[in-house]
Design a protein around this ligand. Structure first.
Ligand code: F6R
Length: 260
């Protein structure tokens, strides 16, 4: 696991560099797309590189991490609509290139199984963007999630609903109780995981992710078992790391050829 501590705009550029390098190497790459605040700077940077530098997503595909259950098709906070607004509509992704779990499915288990199959049929995710919840969730795998879980329905914790109320005019009761989310096992199958976190509110979750014992109580800790994880955090999110100076030094002296 590599930990990079830098200001937020630099983190967004580094994540965009990783996506760009992948697309230049493999134009039909499969991207894993997170929603929430954390990846927004990355989507802005990728949209800018598309507009200014001709970075093309025309052959790429995307799979979303999660989706709320039951939000109407046109609801602006339906993650499918968020991804379209924040990313897909700003680059040249094909209209059907991005898929997400179907939060309106009548048969939820069948929809989750179909989503797992679609990811496998696409060849798996090459690069997965991730945020992290204050309670240590990735995707919406809340504390107690099986470390081997696959796409399924989950109940959001009260803390996550409070955290996400800012997207629903501050009204917690409007945040859906249920979601469909890629499981921890699904996320672990992606080839490169790039997690972004900023702000002091994420410091404890980041500390557990990087330095804590692997435990379903802090679901993101499962990433310690993944061979290629990049953790991009600002000073505030790094403020509880015991080995912060070591991570800073290691990144500063990293061989130039190594990349992320
Ligand atoms: C969103 C997702 C969540 C968020 C997490 C952090 O698709 O999977 O795990 O990444 O809740 O949210 P922000 O970035 O809004 O702090």
């Amino acid at each position: 696991m590599e930990v990079v501590i830098a200001p937020a705009p630099e983190l967004a550029r580094l994540a965009a560099d990783a996506v760009e390098a992948l697309l230049r190497r493999r134009p039909d790459a499969v991207l894993g797309l997170a929603t929430g605040s954390s990846p927004l700077g990355v989507y802005d940077e990728l949209a800018r590189r598309h507009a200014d530098g001709g970075l093309s997503f025309a052959r790429a595909r995307g799979f979303m991490l999660d989706e709320y259950v039951g939000l109407p098709r046109e609801h602006p906070q339906r993650y499918r609509n968020v991804i379209d607004a924040e990313f897909a509509s700003r680059v040249d992704l094909m209209p059907d290139a991005v898929q997400g779990p179907d939060g309106l499915a009548a048969d939820v288990p069948a929809a989750c199984a179909a989503y797992e199959r679609a990811i496998v049929d696409a060849g798996g995710v090459d690069l997965q963007l991730l945020g992290i919840g204050t309670d240590g969730h990735i995707g919406f795998n809340e504390p107690g999630s099986s470390l081997a879980s696959r796409t399924r329905i989950k109940t959001l914790t009260e803390q996550t609903r409070i955290d996400n109320a800012r997207f629903f005019d501050g009204e917690v009761e409007r945040v859906p109780q249920h979601c469909l989310t890629q499981g921890l096992g699904t996320i672990m199958a992606a080839r490169h995981l790039v997690l972004l976190a900023t702000g002091r509110g994420k410091a404890e979750a980041v500390h557990q992710l990087v330095e804590g014992p692997v435990s379903a109580m802090w679901p993101a800790t499962v990433l310690q078992h993944h061979p290629h994880v990049t953790v991009l955090i600002d000073n505030a999110a790094a403020s509880r790391l015991q080995l912060a100076d070591y991570y800073r030094g290691a990144y500063a002296s990293k061989p130039a050829w190594q990349g992320l």
